[in-house]
Design a protein around this ligand. Structure first.
Ligand SMILES: C[S@@+](CC[C@H](N)C(=O)[O-])C[C@H]1O[C@@H](n2cnc3c(N)ncnc32)[C@H](O)[C@@H]1O
Length: 257
């Protein structure tokens, strides 16, 4: 090597070493869980509960101005399973109106005896119905019925009064029939649904129509469409539509954006 080349090689070595040392850090690898979280819509503002004198059937606890009804105990199983329910409420029309992919995972929240869960099960032969309730007696009934009928895709599941206890982003859909109005912690339940649903996941909400005085149900066990929209939209859900196939109930659809 010539005498002039030596300093050149040394200078080049120093330059490379400096570049190696100070080069900008590689951009962080994308973490899919973090990305999904970042893509989640921001939490909606917290709506406080209020209290007041309890009316008959009521709890004295109010959400968005609506008094929360008392929970129907498991002694009401017979009423849920009554033989003339089809004539009165046409549940078969509700089941027909609920669109689901054959492999969908749907949670029937406040499933009670599983009246709806078992009727939904044939619509998701490659998926499942998670039948959520807070009363173990309801789940015992459901479990026995599933085993008698050899239905394998209905899964009884014990929820908490403020949490459905399923992992985030696992549900394609949620059904709630005559149950939401009696959730003692609707704000927390709505947040729990938002976390449990996949983006684009749908809620099918059936509630007796409070707008219609001919619907023979106690006032606190009914809801208006406006009230349901207020509660679900404030909780970050998008209103899709009110299907109107049923004689007594709203069939409202909401979507997680
Ligand atoms: C009136 S029953 C309706 C049962 C069923 N959906 C039907 O239509 O046949 C309401 C059910 O909601 C349940 N429930 C009340 N609060 C709940 C909560 N936070 N999470 C899950 N289930 C709840 C009650 O235990 C009860 O079984």
């Amino acid at each position: 090597m010539s005498r002039t080349a030596v300093p050149l090689v040394v200078a080049l070595g120093i330059a490379i070493a400096t570049w190696m040392w100070f080069r900008p850090a590689a951009p962080p690898q994308d973490d899919p869980a973090e990305e999904a979280q970042a893509a989640e819509a921001p939490e909606p503002p917290v709506v406080e509960y209020t209290t007041g004198p309890a009316t008959p059937d009521g709890t004295g606890k109010f959400f968005h101005g609506r008094e929360i009804a008392q929970v129907m105990g498991h002694a009401g199983l017979g009423w849920l399973e009554r033989g003339n329910r089809e004539d009165e409420e046409a549940p078969s029309k509700a089941i027909a109106a609920i669109e689901l992919a054959p492999d969908a995972v749907i949670a029937d929240i406040g499933a009670g005896s599983g009246y709806y869960s078992f009727r939904l099960a044939p619509k998701v032969p490659a998926g499942k119905v998670i039948a959520v309730d807070i009363q173990p007696e309801m789940l015992d009934f459901l479990r026995e019925r599933a085993s008698e009928r050899e239905i394998r895709n209905v899964q009884p599941h014990l929820g908490a009064i403020d949490d459905i206890r399923v992992p985030p982003a696992t549900l394609d859909a949620v059904l709630m029939v005559d149950a939401y109005h009696e959730f003692s912690h609707p704000r927390e339940m709505l947040a729990s649904l938002r976390h449990a649903l996949k983006p684009g996941g749908r809620i099918f909400l059936l509630e007796y129509r409070a707008e219609d005085p001919r619907v023979p149900i106690k006032p606190l066990h009914k809801m208006t469409e406006a009230q349901a929209r207020l509660e679900f939209e404030s909780a970050g859900f998008r209103f899709v539509k009110n299907l109107r196939p049923l004689p007594w109930q709203h069939l409202l659809i909401f979507e997680k954006p």
